[in-house]
Design a protein around this ligand. Structure first.
Ligand code: HEM
Length: 453
């Protein structure tokens, strides 16, 4: 049945070319320009490159409520396949997606997540101790972005492979660096081809090296089945519903989707916490109460620790509201749809935007101001509006599978870093953003840093 509805508003004719060219290079300002000119639900392009930008919280509610059968994630614009593999969750659809997702979901049970809390605090302490050694008691300007990357990587590698990989996190991280840079390169460079010696060929070589590591681990785990499934890989192997190739693709996907996004979010959180008056000292007081002194992680039970880190949790939420790691997330409509009263024809690439929703003036008072306390005691009306407009992890059957892990990591890391580091900057506002796949601050996180003793 055809849906009768209005055509999406948006630029027409040649004026679209400029928007399209810039959208995939610097999405944030282009999304805002489109919203200001045509509203938070608008259309762009035509024929095989027809797109809809959806940043209105109500329209996002409609989108997330639709059946996943109305969309395709393995669409022609999904360039992730070369890195994550054809059986990856992020490029799967229908029954295959459901089977793989249910297998992976088991690895992220609340019990397993809680088991990682001490590791996260411990790894944060190790990262700070390393920084202290480097600074040797002095205050100095340091870019904290590489530290954030190593820290998230160390936690990720332990969560995925257990302690047996304790010394291999930089080796694993190096195999993700080139693929991540490749996915951020201009679309034209990502055109599929088999030519040797090119950036794409190097990405394939990195993937083969990762596969070799994973193969030997999977073989070892199959050879000595154990009830101890603390890490993700052991859980996927024990689950038994995926082939070795599928397991490899999911592990590469999970690390790839989880590590860069969480690193970038931690970088934004440091910027936001340092620039917002009073936030850093308040975070420090809370950490002193809840986490105890460095070297002695809280004696409280694991879930209790997270529930008590109220300000750190709200700092994480506010950071992700203003700086979601993915500013747009694509899915292709496989049927004609109606969103916000507009016709979205089958074949349209829908770019839904947590960036626009997080800055929606109808949902957030003073939307561009960083204020973690807005989550502290909202009225029922603010709470409902905020709930619909806070979507950094998406919603529904295709939401982020790592959402609880990412929030837990960020909350604990923000709290411990604020407790152990003295940070200041002469900057008066956060840097501009860059990155199409992962939104990060231009220039990293250079700050005046000293370690509290
Ligand atoms: C701050 C950190 C993170 C953010 C902001 C984030 C955001 C997102 C978003 C927006 C989606 C797409 C949802 C959709 O298309 O509707 C997604 C999907 C996904 N994320 Fe995350 N993510 C983060 C961390 C992680 C972590 C830590 C992991 C794994 C350990 C992870 C694994 C995945 C996977 C596998 C999918 C695809 C799920 C599917 O298609 O079924 N992400 N994430």
């Amino acid at each position: 049945m055809k849906i009768a509805a209005d055509r999406l508003p948006g630029p027409r004719g040649a004026s679209q070319v400029g928007y399209l060219r810039r959208l995939f290079r610097e999405p944030q300002p282009v999304l805002e320009e489109l919203r200001d000119a045509y509203g938070p639900v608008c259309g762009l392009g035509s024929g095989p490159v027809r797109m809809a930008v959806v940043g209105d919280p109500d329209a996002l509610g409609e989108l997330f409520a639709l059946s996943t059968d109305s969309f395709r994630w393995g669409h022609k614009f999904n360039v992730l396949g070369v890195v994550v593999g054809r059986s990856s969750l992020v490029v799967s659809d229908g029954a295959e997606h459901k089977r793989r997702r249910s297998s992976v979901q088991g690895a992220f049970s609340r019990r397993r997540l809680n088991g990682w809390i001490p590791t996260i605090v411990e790894q944060t302490d190790i990262a700070v101790d390393r920084l202290a050694q480097q600074l040797d008691g002095r205050a100095s300007t340091v870019d904290l972005a590489p530290m954030a990357r190593s820290l998230v990587l160390a936690v990720t590698v332990r969560a995925f492979f257990g302690d047996r990989f304790a010394n291999r996190s930089e080796e694993i991280g190096a195999l993700f660096a080139r693929p991540q840079a490749y996915l951020e390169s201009p679309v034209i460079r990502q055109f599929p081809h088999p030519l040797p010696g090119t950036a794409r060929a190097k990405v394939r070589a990195d993937r083969r090296a990762l596969d070799a590591i994973l193969d030997s681990e999977i073989t070892a785990l199959r050879g000595r089945p154990s009830d101890d499934q603390r890490d993700v890989l052991a859980s996927l192997v024990a689950d038994g519903s995926m082939s070795d190739g599928e397991i490899r693709d999911q592990v590469v996907t999970l690390i790839g989707a989880g590590f860069d996004t969480t690193t970038a979010s931690l970088a934004w959180a440091l910027w936001c916490a340092v620039l917002a008056p009073g936030v850093l000292p308040a975070l420090r007081n809370e950490a002193d109460d809840v986490l105890g002194p460095p070297g002695a992680p809280s004696a409280a039970s694991a879930p209790d620790v997270l529930a008590r880190l109220v300000l750190a949790g709200n700092t994480m939420r506010e950071t992700l509201r203003l700086h979601p790691a993915g500013v747009i997330s694509p899915r292709e409509a496989t049927v004609d749809l109606r969103l916000a009263g507009y016709l979205v024809p089958r074949g349209t690439l829908i770019l839904w935007s947590p960036h626009l929703a997080g800055r929606d003036p109808g949902s957030w008072p003073d939307p561009l101001r960083f204020d973690p306390t807005r989550f502290a005691d909202p009225t029922p009306e603010q709470s409902a509006l905020g709930d619909a407009a806070w979507v950094p992890f998406g919603r529904g059957a295709r939401n982020c599978i790592g959402f609880a892990l990412a929030q837990m990591e960020l909350t604990l890391m923000i709290s411990r870093l604020a407790q152990r580091l003295d940070l200041s900057t002469t900057a008066t506002e956060v840097p501009p953003a860059k990155g199409m796949v992962v939104n990060r601050p231009v220039g990293g996180v250079p700050m005046e840093v000293s370690v509290r003793v």
